[in-house]
Design a binder for this molecule. Structure first.
Ligand SMILES: [Zn+2]
Length: 246
């Protein structure tokens, strides 16, 4: 069964992420049914000596609710949580993702913010298969502190999102957890198949390969140039033969 997701823009987040791209994402795990917007947020009451907007889970839970026709509301804000973590489950069907400082980290490896949001949505959906109430502390049974490239990596060090945003996996121990919870194998394989699709566009993947293996790239481009040259002279010779025989 597909999870119906309502995305909520909190404040001015449009310059950081294009939610239409998320809406168009083809998935058998979730579908984005609506995009809402809460443009004006109240002034933060947190007084930590800094003047920027930041929120507590309690403050946000008063602002956000999940529409009746949706299973989960995922709100996205440019502001930070007071603990600086990037995602909190604020009620049994509402989650808030903070993009504060996230695009700067993703930029290191040319990863799009949209891919980051997609991976978070898959994580939320996966958690929903495992526990009835996504806000319960039972969730901490499933996440692990070590970074394995898995959707259940805790990412205590925020920079670790570089290793599990694109083509994330469900590690063997997390797969066992799914099996113990009697989640059927088709759901697990659908999740795995769709997670592999969270990747850079082809041109950026090629650029990344070139940066990683510059010497091999020079040899390959040299070989391509030689092959093109050979093909061109072959075509020229054939054309000459054809013209001669006419
Ligand atoms: Zn795992």
């Amino acid at each position: 069964m597909k999870n119906k997701i309502t995305l909520i823009k909190l404040g001015h987040v449009g310059h950081l992420v294009n939610l239409e791209k998320i809406r168009k994402w083809k998935s058998d795990i979730f579908e984005v049914t609506e995009i809402h917007c809460v443009e004006h947020l109240p002034e933060s009451n947190v007084n930590d000596g800094f003047l920027d907007q930041k929120f507590t889970i309690k403050e946000l839970s008063k602002i956000i609710s999940c529409p009746k026709n949706s299973d989960i509301a995922v709100a996205i804000m440019p502001y930070r949580f007071i603990d600086n973590f990037y995602m909190h489950r604020i009620s049994n069907n509402c989650v808030v993702i903070s993009l504060y400082g996230i695009p700067e980290i993703l930029e290191i490896d040319n990863i799009s913010t949209e891919n980051f949001i997609l991976k978070q949505i898959y994580e939320i959906c996966a958690i929903k298969y495992l526990v009835k109430d996504i806000s319960s502390s039972d969730v901490y049974e499933f996440v692990h502190r070590d970074t394995r490239g898995c959707i259940f990596d805790l990412n205590g060090d925020r920079e670790d999102i570089l290793y599990n945003t694109e083509k994330p996996i469900i590690c063997e121990s997390c797969k066992d957890t799914f099996k113990k919870k009697q989640i059927n194998s088709t759901t697990i394989s659908t999740l795995e198949k769709e997670l592999k699709k969270i990747k850079k566009p082809l041109i950026l993947r090629i650029e990344r390969r070139i940066k990683k293996y510059p010497f091999a790239a020079i040899i390959i481009s040299g070989l391509i140039a030689i092959s093109l040259n050979l093909i061109a002279s072959l075509i020229w010779d054939l054309t000459k033969e054809l013209l001669k025989n006419q």
